[in-house]
Design a protein around this ligand. Structure first.
Ligand SMILES: Nc1nc2c(ncn2[C@@H]2O[C@H](COP(=O)(O)OP(=O)(O)OP(=O)(O)O)[C@@H](O)[C@H]2O)c(=O)[nH]1
Ligand SMILES: [Mg+2]
Length: 380
């Protein structure tokens, strides 16, 4: 009688897995191979590279942008750091944060209109300050102001805070691309057109290719608005124009409830998914654009089922550039505490749940960042 056994391959490099020779490709420890019940299995080499590349991707920083921020530091300028409240958690660059340590910073939490109306201003400011502290910048909620820059509602208040804090110094507006810096600066110009008698100009920032808008504040000082930090680790950067338009949030996000049992997968359209690898049935509140289809996949081989659904364009939106599991980054997160937590995908949205020692696996397009944080929207 013939005994047939399936030969398994490394999910990442595709090498046939073996436990005999650690010097040859596809080596994986015997016990890992024997005990692996999951669909994904990595050889030890890829396991180190992929799974423990647990540090989520940071945005790319250009030399020009570094120069812009270093100049702000050298001039002891006031930094106005604008974040997009819907998704900014993975937008920090350690390199930039190292430079801006110790500078005077006013954080503008912009796009407040995109958060659910239940979010209070005080809680949101505290959340933003906490995210800055988590990324190494010591701020309190008093260093944060909120804005909806598309209306002029808070422009006067923010501008007077800037004048108070700048104390005769230059002002540099920084933050990720699309966070609303230029919209904010334009709202300043509308509410207070006499910022200076000088002429507003757009020119290349010295020794860079950055096109900056310079607004004179006095005879010798200015406010500078440059194109922001790259969002190459955001899902928004990875979408074609039509899909981007489809899922780009323009009104307050609403929570949708979905629950997962162990092993089940929740797809964020054809963009990625989260799987409850280990843990009790968990209820999620999902904060995504209405057009991101939230669909469950159950049973075996969920990864293969996901890829097939994407290829057949059964999930909305479906990303054209996912052809196989190799186009996805895989992360695992175990949450040990027993509080409410968020897990988010940069630019796309987040889920909120009661943590109870669950382990999650998250698959998203290569290069996109994920994050885990305390809840942005508190459960009241
Ligand atoms: N819903 C909402 N949209 C906003 C808000 N502020 C800006 N936007 C939109 O966000 C997009 C980006 O705004 P910009 O002001 O160009 O962003 P930026 O930070 O200057 O971007 P870069 O110059 O690329 O770094 C635009 O479509 C704005 O209309 C806001 O408060 N709420
Ligand atoms: Mg701009």
């Amino acid at each position: 009688m013939a005994k047939i056994s399936q030969i398994r391959r490394c999910y990442s490099c595709g090498a046939v897995l073996q436990s005999e020779d650690p010097t040859k490709e596809g080596y994986v420890k015997k016990e890992t191979l024997e005990n692996a019940s999951q669909n994904f299995l990595f050889c030890d080499h890829c396991f180190e590279l992929e799974r423990y590349r647990n540090k989520s991707n940071e945005p790319e920083v250009s030399e020009d942008y570094l120069k812009f921020v270093m100049d702000a530091k050298r001039k002891n300028a006031l930094l106005v750091y604008v974040v997009n409240l819907f998704s900014f958690e993975a937008s920090f660059s350690l390199q930039i944060n190292a430079i801006i340590q110790g500078m005077d910073i006013l954080v503008v939490g912009n796009k407040f209109d995109l958060l659910p109306p239940t979010c209070t201003e005080e809680d949101t400011k505290e959340y933003v300050a906490h995210r800055f502290r988590a990324s190494g910048i010591k701020l309190t909620k008093d260093d944060v102001v909120l804005a909806t820059a598309t209306t002029d509602e808070n422009a006067k208040h923010i501008l007077s805070r800037i004048y108070e804090l700048r104390n005769g110094r230059d002002v540099y507006v920084v933050g990720a691309s699309m966070s609303g810096k230029t919209t904010l600066v334009q709202s300043f110009l509308r509410v207070y057109s006499n910022m200076s008698k000088g002429t507003i100009s757009t020119h290349l920032y010295p020794k860079t290719k950055l096109s900056v808008m310079e607004i004179p504040l006095s005879r010798t000082t200015s406010l500078y608005d440059a194109p922001g930090l790259s969002i190459n680790n955001s899902i928004l950067y990875n979408l074609d124009k039509a899909t981007l338009k489809q899922i780009y949030l323009t009104k307050a996000v609403e929570a949708k409830k979905v629950s997962l049992e162990e092993g089940q997968v929740l797809c964020f359209g054809g963009i990625g998914y989260i799987q409850l690898l280990k843990g009790k049935k968990t209820e999620f509140k999902c904060y995504f654009h209405d057009h991101v289809e939230l669909k469950k996949i159950t049973g075996q081989h969920v990864d293969e089922k996901f890829i097939q659904s994407v290829l057949r364009k059964r999930l909305v939106p479906s990303l054209p550039r996912i052809h196989s599991g190799h186009d996805l980054d895989v992360f695992e997160i175990t949450i040990t505490e027993s509080n409410y937590r968020d897990i988010g995908v940069q630019g796309l949205g987040w889920i909120n749940f009661k943590a109870a020692n669950q382990t999650f696996r998250i698959c998203i397009p290569k290069g996109v960042a994920i994050y885990s944080s305390r809840p942005k929207v508190l459960t009241k």
